[in-house]
Design a protein around this ligand. Structure first.
Ligand code: MLC
Ligand code: AMP
Length: 506
């Protein structure tokens, strides 16, 4: 097995001057230039005392240098720990406390907010979007490191935090084998090569933007048109020089709103991929009508990287996520008994293969409870395998909202709301949202005769929870519907408020 870093170095040796990154208004960065930045960063990390197994936590704006830092961490045998830039101070406190990284890297603009974290055990460094910051300074003056720490398939490469159903985030530990095997499977399935030019408009702190999109381009030798944010008009402008777009369903909903999305403007593109949340079948069909191309929908998870994909050649079915990727096994089991179900029946989707993570950081019991004895991981998604062999996701067994491709665990938001003065209890649900797929919504019951203001409740969460987790709307109620066991009936709440966001524009 070759790690992603080794594959990148091999590709960079072959392609040298070819652009790896292209950015509007900024100079290109070639594979050779990127290799130099990576090796300098690896030198700087080594001088800073990073040794194999050390965590390097990173909360920075999207930039080529942030990708270089990722590769450099892999090179020195460290564990890369990317964090959503939307996370607030209290959220970062938790991640840093849980993962005890050796280095925390933040944006220079917020360095003062994180200075207090520095100690003998933890260095605080900065990395800005314009190749600025203390880490870049150190990299520029460091001796480039050309050797690498040898890593095998079971060595740890990254920790990605994913919110937990108990309100505590869980750090999914991914190995080099997970990343390499998944990237190789995707390159093959999607016929991705050095001839591709990928529009990369996803954030790079999650699986989709980093372990799918970036890993594929870095190893295949493709060029990334690297955008800090998704703007549908800009994406359409770039399509005549690009071949592939990877996005969350909101990208496609927004593209479809533009009259400029046509056969002509997409003529140079060969592949549109959607994932991280369900793509509306109507968007799938509308996209084909407008462009003559079928979006390729695939299914994945932080803990498992990519699991299933519609075929590159063959039918891409709206509402289906396709077949297991090579080397991966999928089964559907009974929710109560765990027994495998025949095709056509809805149950829990379970997965096994080289893509499946090692476990949750420091949470052996949680890890054990999500794996079967025979090694299958329980995704928490519900679905069925049809007669045609395609997997269809029908719902979730886990209490989870996916807003614009970001996961929000209701429990975490409920705990924050319940701690506010005047709140008796709350229930957080996802309601159909025309732009984000699901809109995070809170139903709040006041304590006694406390008078609560929905907007004030939203404002009170602003420095506690990342923006995407904050409820788009707060509904006040006298009580929450409960069943005889006392369990809050979220399905009833979702039915009662199903049209709350109807007609809401992006
Ligand atoms: C931004 N906002 C969101 C939001 N994104 N609110 C809820 N949900 C989201 N996803 C907030 C902003 O803070 C802002 O708040 C307001 O909404 C409007 O922002 P915007 O300008 O419209 O947002 P934009 O920057 O355009 O972002 C929308 C988006 C983005 C959909 C493009 O969220 C995005 O890139 N999502 C991709 C997430 C992703 O990569 N997921 C992959 C996870 S990996 P205000 O109030 O301050 O204005 C995974 C595994 C797998 O799931 O299978 O891939
Ligand atoms: P995350 O934990 O952020 O990696 O999110 C993973 C979850 O996103 C999965 O468990 C699914 O619920 C959901 N997901 C990913 N891709 C799809 C898809 N194509 N269709 C439906 N849900 C998806």
């Amino acid at each position: 097995m070759q790690t992603i870093h080794e594959q990148f170095i091999q590709t960079a040796e072959l392609l040298e001057g070819k652009p790896l990154f292209q950015r509007p208004g900024k100079p290109d960065i070639s594979f050779a230039q990127m290799r130099d930045i990576v090796e300098r960063m690896a030198g700087a990390l080594t001088e800073m005392g990073v040794t194999p197994g050390d965590r390097v936590a990173v909360q920075v704006e999207k930039s080529p240098e942030a990708i270089a830092l990722y590769l450099a961490v892999l090179q020195v045998g460290g564990i890369f720990l990317p964090l959503n830039t939307a996370y607030t101070g209290p959220e970062i406190d938790y991640f840093v406390g849980d993962a005890s990284p050796r280095i925390f890297v933040c944006d220079p603009a917020v360095a003062a907010d994180h200075a207090h974290r520095a100690s003998d055990a933890l260095r605080v460094e900065t990395l800005g979007p314009d190749a600025d910051g203390t880490l870049m300074d150190a990299a520029r003056s460091a001796t480039p490191r050309e050797d690498r720490v040898e890593c095998g398939p079971s060595d740890r490469a990254a920790i990605l935090y994913t919110s937990g159903t108990t309100g505590r985030s869980k750090g999914a530990v991914l190995t080099h084998g997970n990343l390499t095997s998944n990237t190789e499977a995707l390159l093959e399935c999607w016929r991705f090569t050095a001839d591709d030019r990928l529009i990369h408009a996803l954030p790079i702190f999650h699986t989709h933007g980093l372990f799918v999109a970036a890993n594929m381009a870095l190893t295949a030798g493709a060029t990334m048109v690297f955008l800090t944010k998704f703007d549908p008009e800009q994406a359409i402008d770039l399509m005549d020089r690009a071949t592939v777009l990877m996005g969350v369903p909101t990208f496609y909903t927004r593209l479809l709103k533009s009259d400029r999305l046509t056969r002509e403007t997409t003529a140079n593109m060969r592949l549109f991929v959607s994932g991280s949340a369900p793509l509306l079948a109507e968007d799938h069909r509308a996209f084909e009508e407008r462009t003559g191309m079928k979006i390729l929908e695939r299914y994945g998870m932080t803990e498992t990287c990519m699991i299933a994909s519609n075929p590159y050649e063959g039918d891409r079915i709206p509402g289906a996520v396709g077949m297991a990727l090579p080397g991966i096994a999928i089964r559907v089991t009974d929710r109560e008994t765990g027994a495998p179900l025949p095709d056509g029946q809805i149950g829990l989707i379970e997965v096994k293969g080289p893509n499946v993570f090692e476990g949750y950081w420091n949470m052996p019991e949680k890890t054990a409870s999500e794996f079967r004895e025979d090694g299958f991981f329980i995704t928490g998604d519900l679905g069925l395998i049809g007669d045609d062999g395609y997997l269809r996701i029908s719902g979730r067994d886990k209490d989870l909202v996916i807003s614009g491709g970001y996961n929000v665990y209701p429990k975490e938001v409920e705990e924050a709301l319940d701690a506010l003065p005047g709140v008796l209890e709350s229930a957080v649900i996802g309601l159909p949202h025309p732009d984000l797929g699901e809109g995070v919504t809170a139903v709040v019951v006041p304590k006694g005769d406390a008078s609560l203001d929905p907007e004030a409740l939203r404002a009170a969460l602003s420095d506690k929870l990342a923006r995407f987790k904050q409820p788009k709307r707060v509904i006040l109620a006298d009580a929450l519907p409960r069943n005889v066991m006392g369990k809050v009936q979220k399905a009833e709440l979702r039915r009662n408020h199903a049209t709350l966001y109807a007609g809401v524009d992006a």
